[in-house]
Ligand binder design. Structure first.
Ligand SMILES: [Zn+2]
Length: 411
C-alpha cells in the first residue's frame, strides 16, 4: 500500500498526550506542531513532526501540501442517532411558530412520526437513505460516530436498524460504533413495564447474540423510563457484556447522572439539568459527560449544561452533535464547536479535545483514533484555515478541505 506525506501544515494539531481522557487543564493542551507534517504508511501514522523531518523520511510517498491549512484528527462524534427514515420538517415549522417539543409530541408529532416511517422502510431503503447522513458527517470532518438504534421499538425493527448500521460501517468510509437504544420511548398502547420486559427478555438477547451493539443506552426521563426501569435495563445489558451510556437529566434532574455513576456507565449524556451533586457523582464514578449543545440550540432553549463546572471538576468532557431528526438535525461538529465556545463558555482548545481524543476514549478507541500519533489510524481532516480557533469562530462556514480515513481520501 502507498505512503502519504502530509507537509507544511500551518498547525498540525496532534493532541498527543497521556493514554486516557484529558481532564481539567489538559483539555487545553493540543500539542500543536507548526509547519507540521505526518508520514503515513499502510493507513497508519508512522511519523509525526516538523515538515523537515517528514520530508527527510518520505522517500517516494505521495505528498499532500497542507500549506496555510490546519490538520486535525478526524472528529469523533460520540452521540448520534444516525439511522432513521424521513425528517421532521413539519415539527420544525411548528416550533418556529412557538410550539414546544412536548406540545408537538402530545399532538402526535415528535418521535412517533419518525418511528412510523422507520418501521415502514425496508432494510435496503433505510440503508440507501442513511448513506446520505453518513456522507454529511464525513464532509464535515467526522470520521467516527457512535450511533444509536431507537426508532424501531419492536424486536424486528430495532434489529433492522442495527443491521443497517453494520452495513453502513462496511460500505462507507465512516466508522460506526453501534449502541442499542431500544428504551428510547415506550411504544403506543404498551405499558412501560411490559416494554421494559420486552427490551430485557427479547431484544437484548438477540442484539448480543448477533453481536450488533457495543453499548446499551436508555432514555432516563420523566414520562419515558424512570430510574428503576433504567437500572433494570442497563443492569441486564451489562450482564450480557455491553458497555453503558445513558440519556441523563435532559429535561429534568431525575438523578440519572447518579445512576450512571452507580452502574459505572462509560458516559452520561445531555446533563442540561445536572447539578453539583450529579457532577460529583460523575467524578467519583469516572463517567465521561457527553454534552449536546446542538439540541439545546435547535429546540430554542437557553438551558445549556454546565460545561465549565464539569471541566473544573476534572471530568473527561465530550461534546457531540446528537444528530437526530427531531431535536438536533446537524452532522456538523464545527457547528458544535461554535456552540461550545459561545454558549457553554468552553475555550476553542477545550472544544477540540472534547470532540477528538476524549470521545475516542469514550468509545473504547483511544488507542486507535482521536489524536495524530505514531501507530494510530490515519484518520484526519484538513481545513482551509491557519489557526484551529477559526473552526469555532467562522460559524456556518464550510472550511473542510480534505477528509481521510485510514490514509484514503473520502472528501
Ligand atoms: Zn440522543
Amino acid at each position: 500500500m502507498k505512503s502519504l506525506a502530509v507537509l507544511h501544515a500551518s498547525q498540525l494539531v496532534t493532541l498527543a498526550g497521556p493514554t486516557r481522557p484529558r481532564l481539567g487543564r489538559e483539555l487545553s493542551e493540543l500539542a500543536i506542531v507548526h509547519d507540521g507534517g505526518m508520514l503515513i504508511r499502510d493507513g497508519r501514522i508512522a511519523i509525526v513532526g516538523p515538515s523537515s523531518e517528514i520530508e527527510r523520511n518520505s522517500g517516494d510517498a505521495e505528498v499532500i501540501d497542507a500549506r496555510g491549512k490546519v490538520v486535525l484528527p478526524g472528529f469523533v462524534d460520540a452521540h448520534t442517532h444516525l439511522v432513521f427514515a424521513g425528517n421532521r420538517l413539519d415539527d420544525f415549522e411548528c416550533r418556529a411558530r412557538g410550539d414546544t417539543y412536548e406540545q408537538i409530541a402530545k399532538a402526535g408529532g415528535g418521535i412517533w412520526s419518525t418511528v412510523e416511517k422507520t418501521r415502514a422502510a425496508s432494510e435496503t431503503d433505510l440503508l440507501l437513505e442513511t448513506r446520505r447522513h453518513a456522507d454529511w458527517f464525513l464532509r464535515c470532518g467526522t470520521t467516527t460516530v457512535e450511533s444509536k438504534s431507537g426508532y424501531g421499538l419492536t424486536v424486528e425493527d430495532e434489529l433492522k436498524i442495527l443491521r443497517v448500521m453494520r452495513r453502513l460501517n462496511q460500505e462507507t468510509a465512516l466508522e460506526i460504533v453501534p449502541t442499542f437504544l431500544g428504551a428510547h420511548a415506550v411504544p403506543r398502547k404498551m405499558n412501560t413495564n411490559e416494554y421494559v420486559d420486552l427490551v430485557i427478555n427479547e431484544m437484548l438477547p438477540q442484539v448480543t447474540s448477533e453481536d450488533l451493539a457495543e453499548f446499551c443506552d436508555v432514555f432516563c426521563e420523566r414520562n419515558y423510563f424512570n430510574l428503576e426501569q433504567s437500572r433494570r435495563i442497563l443492569g441486564a445489558a451489562k450482564k450480557r457484556g455491553l458497555k453503558l451510556r445513558i440519556h441523563a437529566d435532559q429535561l429534568s434532574n431525575s438523578g440519572a447522572a447518579k445512576l450512571a455513576a452507580e452502574l459505572n456507565a462509560t458516559t452520561a449524556d445531555h446533563l442540561e439539568k445536572t447539578d453539583e451533586d450529579g457532577i460529583a457523582a460523575l467524578k467519583s464514578g469516572r463517567v465521561q459527560p457527553v454534552l449536546l449543545p446542538g439540541s439545546v440550540y435547535a429546540l430554542g432553549s437557553t438551558y445549556y449544561p454546565q460545561a465549565r463546572e464539569m471541566i473544573e471538576a476534572g471530568l473527561g468532557a465530550v461534546i457531540a452533535t446528537d444528530f437526530n431528526p427531531g431535536s438536533s438535525p446537524t452532522a456538523s461538529m464545527p457547528m458544535i464547536l461554535s456552540l461550545a465556545c459561545t454558549q457553554m463558555k468552553m475555550s476553542p482548545a477545550e472544544a477540540i479535545s472534547a470532540s477528538t481524543i476524549n470521545p475516542a476514549y469514550s468509545l473504547g478507541r483511544g488507542d486507535q483514533i482521536g489524536s495524530l500519533e505514531p501507530g494510530k489510524l490515519a484518520n484526519f481532516a484538513i481545513f482551509d484555515c491557519e489557526d484551529y480557533r477559526e473552526l469555532a469562530y467562522w460559524f456556518g462556514v464550510p472550511l473542510t478541505h480534505g477528509v481521510y480515513v485510514k490514509g484514503e481520501k473520502t472528501h
